[in-house]
Design a protein around this ligand. Structure first.
Ligand SMILES: Nc1ncnc2c1ncn2[C@@H]1O[C@H](COP(=O)(O)OP(=O)(O)OP(=O)(O)O)[C@@H](O)[C@H]1O
Ligand SMILES: [Mg+2]
Length: 105
Protein backbone atom coordinates (compact mmCIF):
# COMPACT_ATOMS: atom_id res chain seq x y z
CA UNK A 1 0.00 0.00 0.00
CA UNK A 2 1.32 3.42 -0.96
CA UNK A 3 -0.14 6.54 0.66
CA UNK A 4 0.85 9.96 -0.68
CA UNK A 5 0.27 13.16 1.28
CA UNK A 6 0.63 16.17 -1.00
CA UNK A 7 -0.76 19.67 -1.32
CA UNK A 8 0.53 22.94 -2.73
CA UNK A 9 -0.86 24.73 0.32
CA UNK A 10 1.60 25.23 3.17
CA UNK A 11 1.02 24.56 6.85
CA UNK A 12 -2.14 22.47 6.43
CA UNK A 13 -0.88 19.40 8.32
CA UNK A 14 0.73 17.28 5.58
CA UNK A 15 3.83 16.29 7.58
CA UNK A 16 1.84 15.63 10.73
CA UNK A 17 -0.68 13.47 8.83
CA UNK A 18 2.08 11.48 7.09
CA UNK A 19 3.84 10.76 10.40
CA UNK A 20 0.58 9.84 12.18
CA UNK A 21 -0.58 7.53 9.36
CA UNK A 22 2.83 5.79 9.48
CA UNK A 23 2.55 5.30 13.24
CA UNK A 24 -1.09 4.15 13.00
CA UNK A 25 -0.36 1.56 10.28
CA UNK A 26 2.78 0.28 12.05
CA UNK A 27 0.84 -0.17 15.30
CA UNK A 28 -2.45 -1.48 13.95
CA UNK A 29 -1.06 -3.84 11.32
CA UNK A 30 2.28 -4.51 12.99
CA UNK A 31 3.96 -4.22 9.61
CA UNK A 32 7.04 -2.27 8.58
CA UNK A 33 6.34 1.20 7.20
CA UNK A 34 8.66 3.29 5.08
CA UNK A 35 8.21 7.06 5.02
CA UNK A 36 9.78 8.95 2.12
CA UNK A 37 10.05 12.64 2.97
CA UNK A 38 10.18 14.70 -0.22
CA UNK A 39 9.69 18.07 1.47
CA UNK A 40 12.82 20.24 1.96
CA UNK A 41 11.20 21.57 5.13
CA UNK A 42 11.74 18.06 6.60
CA UNK A 43 8.62 18.06 8.76
CA UNK A 44 8.03 14.28 8.68
CA UNK A 45 11.77 13.59 9.05
CA UNK A 46 11.95 15.68 12.23
CA UNK A 47 8.70 14.23 13.63
CA UNK A 48 9.79 10.61 13.09
CA UNK A 49 13.57 10.78 13.63
CA UNK A 50 13.72 13.59 16.18
CA UNK A 51 15.19 17.07 16.19
CA UNK A 52 18.57 15.74 17.38
CA UNK A 53 18.94 13.55 14.26
CA UNK A 54 17.84 16.45 12.07
CA UNK A 55 20.59 18.63 13.57
CA UNK A 56 23.32 16.02 13.06
CA UNK A 57 22.12 14.76 9.68
CA UNK A 58 24.81 12.11 9.16
CA UNK A 59 24.80 10.11 5.93
CA UNK A 60 22.79 10.22 2.71
CA UNK A 61 19.10 11.11 2.43
CA UNK A 62 16.42 11.39 -0.22
CA UNK A 63 18.33 14.20 -1.98
CA UNK A 64 21.35 11.97 -2.59
CA UNK A 65 19.08 9.11 -3.72
CA UNK A 66 17.26 11.29 -6.27
CA UNK A 67 20.51 12.83 -7.44
CA UNK A 68 22.05 9.40 -8.03
CA UNK A 69 18.95 8.37 -10.02
CA UNK A 70 19.29 11.46 -12.19
CA UNK A 71 22.86 10.39 -12.89
CA UNK A 72 21.57 6.85 -13.71
CA UNK A 73 23.67 5.26 -10.99
CA UNK A 74 21.94 2.21 -9.44
CA UNK A 75 20.91 3.48 -6.02
CA UNK A 76 19.61 0.37 -4.21
CA UNK A 77 22.63 0.38 -1.91
CA UNK A 78 22.33 4.12 -1.36
CA UNK A 79 18.64 3.74 -0.41
CA UNK A 80 19.57 1.02 2.09
CA UNK A 81 22.20 3.37 3.57
CA UNK A 82 19.82 6.32 3.67
CA UNK A 83 16.88 4.55 5.40
CA UNK A 84 16.83 5.28 9.17
CA UNK A 85 14.78 3.51 11.80
CA UNK A 86 12.63 5.82 13.91
CA UNK A 87 13.79 5.92 17.56
CA UNK A 88 10.09 6.10 18.47
CA UNK A 89 8.99 2.96 16.59
CA UNK A 90 11.45 0.44 15.13
CA UNK A 91 8.87 -0.65 12.53
CA UNK A 92 9.04 2.78 10.90
CA UNK A 93 11.91 3.61 8.57
CA UNK A 94 12.44 7.06 7.14
CA UNK A 95 14.14 8.15 3.93
CA UNK A 96 15.03 11.54 5.37
CA UNK A 97 14.73 14.83 3.58
CA UNK A 98 17.20 17.67 3.41
CA UNK A 99 16.99 21.39 2.73
CA UNK A 100 19.13 20.80 -0.38
CA UNK A 101 16.03 19.24 -1.96
CA UNK A 102 14.75 22.80 -2.54
CA UNK A 103 17.23 23.08 -5.44
CA UNK A 104 15.45 20.19 -7.19
CA UNK A 105 11.91 21.51 -6.84
N1 LIG B 1 -5.02 17.94 13.06
C1 LIG B 1 -4.38 18.98 13.55
N2 LIG B 1 -4.95 19.77 14.49
C2 LIG B 1 -4.30 20.85 14.98
N3 LIG B 1 -3.06 21.23 14.61
C3 LIG B 1 -2.46 20.51 13.69
C4 LIG B 1 -3.08 19.35 13.10
N4 LIG B 1 -2.22 18.81 12.19
C5 LIG B 1 -1.14 19.60 12.22
N5 LIG B 1 -1.26 20.60 13.11
C6 LIG B 1 -0.27 21.66 13.40
O1 LIG B 1 -0.28 22.55 12.28
C7 LIG B 1 1.05 23.01 12.00
C8 LIG B 1 1.41 22.68 10.56
O2 LIG B 1 1.43 21.26 10.42
P1 LIG B 1 2.43 20.54 9.43
O3 LIG B 1 3.83 21.00 9.65
O4 LIG B 1 2.14 19.08 9.51
O5 LIG B 1 1.88 21.11 8.04
P2 LIG B 1 2.53 20.99 6.58
O6 LIG B 1 1.38 21.03 5.62
O7 LIG B 1 3.41 19.81 6.51
O8 LIG B 1 3.38 22.33 6.51
P3 LIG B 1 4.49 22.72 5.43
O9 LIG B 1 3.74 23.13 4.18
O10 LIG B 1 5.21 23.87 6.08
O11 LIG B 1 5.36 21.51 5.20
C9 LIG B 1 1.97 22.34 13.03
O12 LIG B 1 2.20 23.24 14.09
C10 LIG B 1 1.15 21.14 13.50
O13 LIG B 1 1.49 20.78 14.81
MG1 LIG C 1 5.47 19.67 5.97
Amino acid sequence: MVVTVASMKGGVGKSTLAAMVAKFVAERRGTPVTVIDLDPQRGATILLLGAEYARQRAGPGVYEVLESEQASIPSTELIAQALRPSPYDGRIRVLPSDAALAHME
